[in-house]
Design a protein around this ligand. Structure first.
Ligand SMILES: [Zn+2]
Length: 390
């Protein structure tokens, strides 16, 4: 399911909006536009005139767009530093709980990781500072006509500073959690450091869910009032808990594959089928060989693509009799779907996850010929066995 749309590209990085981000935008627009009418009174003439609805929504929309850009700048800062260290950035996606910069390979080097992690909060503090300065500037002008602008600028300043401090909490998956892991990783193995930082993250998520529900911290900081029952914090905490768990699992997965090469996991038999094979025959072959993924080769042995049982499942009985392998072949990209047998197995897994593929062809580094296949299924089984080895 397509849940996000690309809205542009900055310094070569695709920028995507997740549909949940729209909730935040509309939340900000609605929140501003429906502030008490007194906040929008322009003091002209007797008692002043009230700002009309159109102008209110216009102003709130500006606030929402500005907020979008500050969030984007936060993520771009992470990305910029990561790119300086040679990491490829696949894109930035803005979700309802913030942004995520998808990086090819977050460096396991602690000195790089903490610098990438800290760049975002530093940007948010700088932006927040600028907005707050602007707020005090407007305030000293003391023109009531600017009151709505004042509120807008103050809120943006507050949100950015809050975002920075929130992100500096040393709990995964917040930026502070990454800084914390980098700190630990200088003193212990990467996996152990991750597990500790994740544990802190999980504890924090639970505290936030419960604490935030009992006392809404934003309202408390801004007004000193104690408001109970803010559902946003348990909701946000749930996302953070899941993200922390995922980080832990990914790290466990990838560190279990350390030192394992593609050639150790690849399959060298039951690897290919000819492109003119009828689908019925292929299904029989799959049953016989208990294999669900094949490379498809032409008559002269050239790799044409892949076929897996997933494609066959979608076909009707009639289609299975009528069609050939070449009719339902998976389009294939040599750059990302052929991997050298000397490459790390973890890299193969990453590529399959990134391209949503279940199989890659393995080539001999010297001759360039296809020597086997590596599949998600085989990798998963291999990793299970590695775990069993203790
Ligand atoms: Zn960040």
């Amino acid at each position: 399911m397509q849940t996000s749309i690309q809205v542009g590209r900055i310094i070569g990085i695709p920028i995507r909006l997740h549909f949940t981000f729209l909730f935040i935008l509309f939340g900000i627009i609605y929140g501003f536009a429906t502030l008490p009418a007194t906040e929008y009174r322009i003091p002209m003439g007797l008692g002043g005139i009230e700002m009309d609805t159109f102008f209110r929504y216009f102003l709130s929309s500006i606030a929402a767009v500005l907020f979008f850009f500050t969030l984007l700048l936060h993520e771009l800062s992470h990305s910029y530093v990561a790119m300086k260290f040679g990491t490829k950035i696949h894109g930035i996606t803005l979700f309802f709980f913030g942004g995520v910069a998808m990086m090819e390979d977050i460096p396991k080097n602690p000195d790089k990781e903490w610098r990438i992690a800290i760049a975002g909060p530093l940007m948010s503090i700088a932006l927040g500072g600028l907005f707050l300065l602007a707020y005090f500037g407007i305030k000293t002008l003391n023109l009531a006509v600017y009151r709505p602008v004042e509120i807008l600028v103050f809120t943006l300043g507050f949100l950015n500073v809050a975002l920075a401090f929130f992100n500096l909490i040393p709990a995964f998956p917040m930026d502070g959690g990454r800084v914390f892991r980098a700190f630990l990783a200088k003193r212990m193995p990467f996996l152990k450091a991750t597990k500790r930082a994740v544990l802190v993250g999980k504890i924090f998520a639970v505290v936030m869910a419960v604490g935030g529900f009992i006392v809404d911290p934003f309202t408390f900081i801004l007004t000193g009032e104690i408001i109970t029952g803010n559902i946003w914090f348990p909701l946000l905490a749930t996302f953070l808990y899941i993200a922390a768990t995922e980080e832990e699992n990914a790290t466990i997965t990838f560190s279990s594959l350390e030192g394992i090469k593609v050639k150790h996991v690849m399959r060298t038999e039951r690897t290919s089928v000819p492109e003119d094979m009828p689908i019925v025959e292929l299904v029989n072959k799959m049953l016989e060989e208990k294999t669900a993924e094949y490379a498809v080769v032409s008559e002269n042995g050239e790799l044409k693509g892949f076929i897996t049982f997933d494609e066959i499942k979608k076909l009707s009985a009639e289609q299975r009799y009528r069609l050939k392998v070449s009719d339902v072949i998976n389009s294939f990209d040599r750059m990302s779907e052929v991997i050298s047998q000397e490459e790390e197995a973890a890299e193969a897994l990453k590529r399959m996850m990134r391209n949503k593929r279940k199989v890659l062809a393995v080539e001999d580094t010297i001759t360039g010929s296809i020597v086997g296949l590596i599949t998600r299924r085989d990798l998963a089984m291999f990793m299970e066995m590695l775990k069993g080895r203790g």
